[in-house]
Design a protein around this ligand. Sequence first.
Ligand SMILES: [Zn+2]
Length: 408
Amino acid sequence: MIRTNEFVVMPETDQDRELLYRLLDGAASLWNQLTFARRQQFFDGEDIWAADRFYDEYKGLLGSATAETMARVNDRAWRAFFSRRGRDSSAQPPGYWGNEEDGRDLRLFLRNRAYSLQWGQYSRIEFTVGREIKPEYGLTPNERPRVPIHGNPKWKGTQGELQIVYDDLTNGFRAYQSVTVDPKLERSSNGGEAAALDVGAVNLVACATTKGVQFLYDGTRPWEQFEATSNAIAQAQSKLPEGEHTSKRINRLYRRRSSRRDHCVDALLRDLVERVIDDGIQTIYVGDLTGVVRRTPWKSTNRKLTEFWANRRFTDRLGHLCDEHGIELVTVQEFDSSQECPDCGTVEGTTRDRDRLRCRCGYEGHADLTAARTLLSREIGKLPRPMARPVRFQWDNHRWRSTTDATA
Ligand SMILES: [Zn+2]
């Protein structure tokens, strides 16, 4: 079973900060260059695997292991695209990480032997960098940079790939480490009742439980409001005098947008947690939100999702509520759960059309609920058939109402 440990990388000196920034920017630049070359080949009908991997250009900065890892991650994205294209003709080839105007999305992948972590009083990460830049940072050829980290790793197991991401909303660096965990040692397999959540946009949350109950929280209204305010912000920004970056009005709009969203999401979480408690749920599994954002093929949807789900606020809040009520919260990686058929287990045989997931074996079901069920059955084994129709909730700006509730 693969789990993700999340923590913060906290460079203490400007020099360390600059080094990290430079590495992530270099990695993103390598990604974009390789993606550009491969897209050219692809649209010209040529073999994309023949494109130059730009290894020599980046190994001085990133180190040879990391330059190679970045190319492999890109390979993975293309392979996923080719497999998706087989069943979905609208699938798009891998895209760029950011662009010239807005800047690159800074992200770096390190393979398991290219870094080491030490947890304790002085927690830190050590990682490899290219030989060429070492003298600039006062490192000898055999030395590796060391940067303080902060967090509480939840999972112990075999260390896998590590991803470092620069988050421009918090102006900080976050790391995601994948760890292979021995299922026998996992404390959460307590045999109790459990629920899984699929987080998205069409439905903010789809929830399935081992008792066969299913909930859907409709995202239509919260999204309309979020988008309307985002558009008002964009419009106000376009009218700013030259050289100015913000105004009182823009700040007010941002605040309104977040407080509305927070109000709606907090109400959702309270409603959801109360309902699952009533149902005797002891564990909640939730998909890793970075996965939600990554699997969306459209850049604009990507940005919106990232903005809406406001890095971590959702899982933090959910975590607090679960603590309060003695429920265990487990974050899991999603890996195609939204494409997998719950009956026959295939990923290749399914097609998604709006909110329906269909499989060539004959299965058909609600896509988000199926994803939640798949997530759950991966954790606890085969599930009973759902007992009843899903309960749907809509946001009325005050509370989440079941659409079957009487509305006097
Ligand atoms: Zn099937």
